[in-house]
Each structure stands twice: as C-alpha cells, then as structure tokens.
Design a protein around this ligand. Structure first.
Ligand code: ADP
Ligand code: MG
Length: 690
C-alpha cells in the first residue's frame, strides 16, 4: 500500500495532446491527470500587454520596453559578459547578460528589434537591465491582450512548454460545474470553469493585486472547492466507518468502581465527561475512533484505563501503544498498579526486551492470557497476534503514522468486526485543523487540570548566566526538590547529542559535589532507562540530565525545576511538553529556558510565545500559525492529502462554509457530491477509505 509511490508515475499518455517531452516532466511536479494540470495554477503574472518608454520606466519595477539594438559586444572584464545597447524614441538602455548562449548573442545583434521584460536599474553602464526576458519582434507586432502566467516548474521544463501544455489541456477540457446551482447562487460564487480559465489566462484589466493576493473571486472559488472536497471526503469516510462493525462493549461498572475506590484522587468533572463519551461509543456496535485530547498532565491515562475495563469486562483484550520506550514503560507501570489489584493481567512488549520475555509476552497476547498488552510500535508488527483484541489505545497519536494506527486496528479484526480505537494527544488540535483533517474523528477534550497543580513559572535566561542557573538547581535540590536538566537537541547528529549529554552530566556532577546526578538518553537500553527513571522517581537521583527522550509522559511530582538548554533550537510543542514535566505536585515549579544569542527571528518568536502562554491550546494555535499544518499533522506520515490552495488560518471562514455546504450536499445532492470528490481527489483519498 504505497499511494505516494503510485502517484508519482504517470505515463505521458495521461495527458492527451500534450507534447511527450512536456508530459514526462509533469510527473515530477506531482501532476498525474489532466485535471492536475488544470489546477497547476500560476504563481504570478507578468504584464506584457503594455510597452513603457525607456525614459519613463520606473527603476526597480518590472516593465516591458521595446527598442532596436545599435551596439552589441562581448567584454571580458571584470568577467565575460555580453553588453548590448538599444534605443527607442525616448532613450537608451543597456542589456547585460553574464551567461549567454550564441543564440542570445544573435538575438541582440545590432539592428534587431526586441522586447525586454525586466527591472531597469542604475548600473555601471547607466540605465540597464540584467538578464531580462528577450523576445525578437517585427516593428508594429501586436501586443498580447492577456497577462502572461508564470508557473511553478521544474528544471528542464520551460514556462513556454508548460504554458502550451496547460493551453492544450484547457482547450479540450470540459469543466462541468460540480456544485448545485442553488449553492452557487446562495454563496455568490464564481463559476468553476470561468475561474480556472481566468487564473490561467487573465485579461489585461484584471484586478492583478487581488489575483496575486489570492483574494480574487476566482481564487475564492478554487479554495472553496478544495476545502469542500476535503470536507466531503472526510464525511464520506465517516459514513463508511459507521457501516463497519465492532463488538459492542457495555459498561464495566463493578470493575470501574473498584478501580476508582483504590485511587488516591477522584476524577475531575472533565475526566468524567470524556469517560462517559468514550463509554457511549464503546457500547455501540461500530468501531469507535475517538481522539482524547488534553493538555500535558490533564490525566488522560486513568481515563484510558477506565475505558480498557469495558473491554476487559467483556473478556476481550486491550493494546496500549506509546511512541517511546520510556513512555510505554510508564504506562505499563501505571496499568499494573491500577489493574493488577483487580486480578487483571498486564503484559509488556517492546523491541528491546530479551527474547524469552518477548516470547512470553507474545504468547500471552495470542492466548488472551494478558488482558492488557502495553508496548511501543513493536505491538503492531506482523508476528504479534492478539487473540481477542477489542480496543487499541494509542498515546501521542500524532507521532504514529496513519498506516501504523491502521495496522493495529486491523489486528483486532475478527471476521468483519474491527477493534475500537482511542487515540490520545497532549498536542491539542486547533479548531480549524479539527474541522478539516480530523473531521472524521470524534474528539473528546479534557479542559481542566486536576486540582492542586501549581502554575509553572517560566524564565528566559541567557546562556551567559549559566552559573546562576546551576546555583538555583543546587538550592532547589538542597531543599529536597528534584530537577531536570534537558540537553540540547542536535538534529544533525545523534552522536553529538549523546556526547553533549554525557559531557553535561560530567560537568554537573563535578560542579555539584554531594549531589546525585543521573543521566538518561536514547542510547540506553530499555532496562537501563527504566532503572534510571525508577531511581529518579524514588528520589535517589536529585538532578536528572536528559536528552529529549523525557519529552513525553514522565511523571515525577516532586520534580519542581526544569532547565532546558538551547531552548531556541526546540519547537513549541516540544518546549510545552518538556515544561509540563514540572508543576505536577504541590511545590512551586519553574522552567528555565537557557538560550544562546544571537536569536533568529523565529526562535525569538517561539520563546516569546512559550514565555507568555501556559495553555497548550493557545500554543498549538500559535504553532500552526508559525509552521503551517503539515508539521503539526506529521504530514509526511499522515497520508492525508494536504491543502494546496486554501490556508487553514486565512481561509477559516471559507472552511466553515465548506463544512456546512458539505452537509447540505450529502443530504440533498449526493451525485454532485461524488462528482466533486472524484474531480478533486480522484483515487487519492484511498487511505481514508479504510
Ligand atoms: P497526561 O494527560 O499528560 O497523560 P497523566 O495521565 O500522566 O497526564 O496524569 C498526570 C498525573 O495526574 C498522574 O500522576 C495522574 O495519576 C494524576 N491524576 C490524574 N487524574 C487526576 C485527578 N483527577 N486528580 C489528581 N491527580 C490526577
Ligand atoms: Mg500521558
């Protein structure tokens, strides 16, 4: 199942009428059907409809001039270049080409009449154009009446060839309207066919600014159609899912109240609410696909454990999957602590465990002896077989690809019954994303932290004041608190990152005599990591030096101080996750972000956002603004077709309209709806179909 691979191979025959040579380049641009080429819209336009007198052309502005060459020579100083001079009735202009072909030299031979498009500037030789676009013309040759589109292209494919290809395709295309007339009328939308043709070939008097800012009605129509296609496809997918079957899991009242009685806390009302939503889904004979989102520390794990009881009470199994070994290990510890007293067996499965333990875990999963199996992505590998899986819990879901999640769900397939899926995330999805890419998921949100949490004070401290920070760590630990020291992320080299962590550990150990300084990083074995984390949790280690492996899920309430080195290198959600490791107990907590000057603009902005905001939703929203949706979604692995034209923030209103129209169309105009999806997505929403 590799839809990306498929979509890159398009035989030239896919584009009837387009020159073979051109067609073979189109695949490189990701274009596989004539409609893709039709939607390959210009980046900008050049105005060749007017000629400006040389004397009147404004400097620094793109203009077209026409004149006759009266002088042309190749100079060798300071380097080889072609310099030609031309004049019109108003003045003279130099043309300078630093790289040129003999054909261009011929084009600029004395006596030639040429039109040049470029920016005039004051150069060494007076007014000049450097590397303008040059076209040889006859005297009095007609000017084009339309603007000239400039397309995104790829090396080897000229604008001229691309323009010709688009022209041929548009010429034979029948772009029937896919929206019902009533919708077009109600929303005052421009026609689709007219919009596309205008964007490829605008008349000279078009509102060029609106065109380039993509606010022109023609652009609005394209964006609307794109958003609508996405909404429809998500909705259709959801309908198909509603038709799929799963085992209905009625409540587990007895088990649940026994678990709750054993807890040292009671659920917040937000936890109770989301649990009710989840139980409601589980009780239905359709597979649940619910995203449980809640800020770092909001208490998602206990909700997942209570949901697990519904499957266990029905004598079925639950798989709990986490993206890192440390996090999986913590879940394992929690699930055991909560479930074993109820007589429920919990097994542990990772890639790094010894063969014998692994074999035992595999056997327990297959026989059903383990009601709960906790692990990393090892859980959905092929040889793992679940005897009676009914619920898969996936923590930090955005770190797994769609395919991995799917694989785990299919493991639970029992005949035509699928397992239920509960996904969890501490990176809340901003509203516009939830409405678009996650429109096929049900979302539950824990919008309240457990009582007794103290807000974390965030400090931005320059690297030059490192000594002060070390002193602060010493004081905090002397008072019986614990601290984290997070080493910088070094993306280019894991080796270097490891070395930095080891060095930092050595330096801090030497600087803080009498203090027990621990070290945890990605290269430790699962057992080693677990041992360090256990010692930290037990208070035997006061200061834990760590790489970003502790980013998610670590839970030590006595840790009240976090130092993050080179905070300027980290992303917003990463910083938020790290900071969420403190402020979990009753003590006052602080997070110190050490940064090194000079700060890039974006780093400065990120640090400002994290400094000013403690709310994960707000931070995720800002993150979306800074980075675009791709990163947030884990685009490369999400398998979801990305938006090409619409922008989730700028076009949020259009998105809401598209959502409403999608509902209307599915109900009243199902044929229009399927034609629209077919036009925009072709076969490309394959992954969403399962
Ligand atoms: P996250 O949502 O980030 O995964 P966890 O599930 O790890 O958060 O919970 C964070 C901590 O809060 C854990 O120690 C958990 O036992 C505790 N906790 C969860 N719910 C409550 C509650 N209602 N009251 C007090 N503590 C709670
Ligand atoms: Mg968690």
């Amino acid at each position: 199942m590799t839809p990306e691979a498929d979509s890159t191979i398009a035989p030239p025959e896919a584009f009837p009428g387009v020159a073979r040579a051109t067609a073979s380049y189109l695949a490189k641009l990701g274009l596989t059907r004539p409609f893709d080429l039709i939607l390959h819209l210009p980046l900008r336009y050049e105005d060749e409809t007017r000629i400006v007198a040389i004397a009147e052309a404004r400097h620094g502005v793109l203009a077209q001039v026409e004149g006759v060459v009266f002088d042309s020579e190749v100079r060798f100083r300071p380097r080889r270049q072609l310099i030609a001079h031309l004049r019109d009735d108003s003045g003279e202009l130099a043309v300078r080409l630093l790289n040129f072909y003999p054909s261009q030299q011929k084009q600029l031979a004395p006596g030639a009449r040429v039109r040049l498009v470029g920016e005039i500037r004051q150069g060494f030789f007076g007014a000049e154009m450097v590397h303008p676009r040059i076209r040889t013309v006859r005297a009095g040759a007609a000017l084009p009446e339309r603007l000239t589109p400039v397309y995104p292209t790829t090396a080897g494919l000229s604008q001229l060839a691309l323009r010709a290809g688009v022209g041929v395709t548009l010429g034979t295309a029948e772009l029937a309207e896919t929206l019902p007339a009533t919708v077009i009328e109600r929303l005052g939308l421009a026609g689709f066919d007219a919009s596309v043709r205008l964007l490829h070939d605008p008349p000279a008097d078009v509102a060029l600014e609106a065109l380039e800012a993509r606010t022109h009605p023609a652009w609005q129509r394209i964006k609307f159609d794109e958003l609508l296609a996405q909404q429809l496809s998500m909705r259709l997918h959801r309908q198909r899912r509603a038709a799929a079957r799963a085992l209905a899991l009625p409540g587990a009242e007895t088990l649940a109240s026994r678990l709750l009685d054993n807890l040292p806390f009671s659920l917040t009302s937000a936890q109770q609410r989301v649990l009710a939503e989840i139980r409601n889904d589980l009780a239905r004979p359709q597979p649940m696909q619910r995203l449980l989102q809640g800020d770092v520390g909001s208490g998602k794990t206990i909700v997942a454990a209570l949901a697990a009881l519904c499957a266990i009470a029905a004598d079925r199994q639950v798989a709990v999957m986490a993206p890192t070994e440390i996090l999986a290990e913590q879940h394992y510890a929690k699930f055991r602590q909560w479930l074993e007293p109820l007589g429920i067996a919990v097994a542990w499965l990772t890639g790094s465990q010894p063969a014998r333990a692994r074999k035992a875990a595999l056997a327990a999963a297959q026989s059903g002896a383990a009601a709960v199996v906790v692990g990393t992505h090892a859980l959905f590998q092929e040889h793992v077989v679940f005897g009676r899986l009914a619920l898969a819990v996936v923590d930090e879901q955005h770190r797994f690809g769609v395919r991995q999640r799917l694989a785990l769900r299919l493991k639970g397939a029992n005949g035509d019954e699928l397992s239920h899926q509960l996904m969890m995330s501490a990176t809340p999805i901003p509203r516009t994303l939830a409405m678009s890419f996650y429109a096929d998921l049900d979302v539950s949100t824990i919008d309240e932290l457990p009582p007794g949490r103290t807000p974390v004070e965030t400090k931005l401290v320059s690297e030059t004041r490192r000594e002060d920070v070390i002193r602060r760590v010493r004081d905090a630990c002397a008072d019986g608190s614990q601290a984290y020291w997070v080493c910088p992320l070094i993306e280019e080299s894991e080796q270097l990152q490891l070395k930095t962590a080891i060095d930092t550990h050595a330096v801090l150990t030497a600087t803080l005599p009498g203090m027990n300084v621990g070290l945890v990083h990605g290269r430790l074995s699962g057992a080693e990591k677990a041992a360090v984390m256990a010692a930290f949790k037990a208070g035997e280690i006061s200061l834990l030096v760590a790489t970003t492996v502790i980013e998610v899920g670590v839970d030590v309430p006595n840790a009240t101080l976090m130092v993050i080195e080179h905070a300027e290198r980290m992303g917003l959600s990463q910083l938020h996750q790290l900071r969420g490791r403190v402020g979990r107990g009753v003590g006052e907590s602080a997070c110190i972000l050490l940064y090194q000057q000079p700060l890039s603009l974006i780093a400065r902005e990120r640090l400002k956002i994290i400094y000013e905001n403690s709310d994960g939703f707000e931070i995720a929203r800002e993150d979306l603004r800074l980075r675009g949706p791709g990163e947030l979604l884990g685009a490369r692995q999400s398998g979801v077709p990305m938006l090409r034209f619409a922008d989730l923030i700028a076009d949020a209103r259009l998105l809401e309209t598209a959502r409403d129209v999608a509902t209307d169309m599915l109900e009243h105009y199902p044929d229009h709806a399927s034609r629209h999806v077919e036009r925009w997505l072709g076969g490309r929403d394959e992954l969403l179909r399962v």
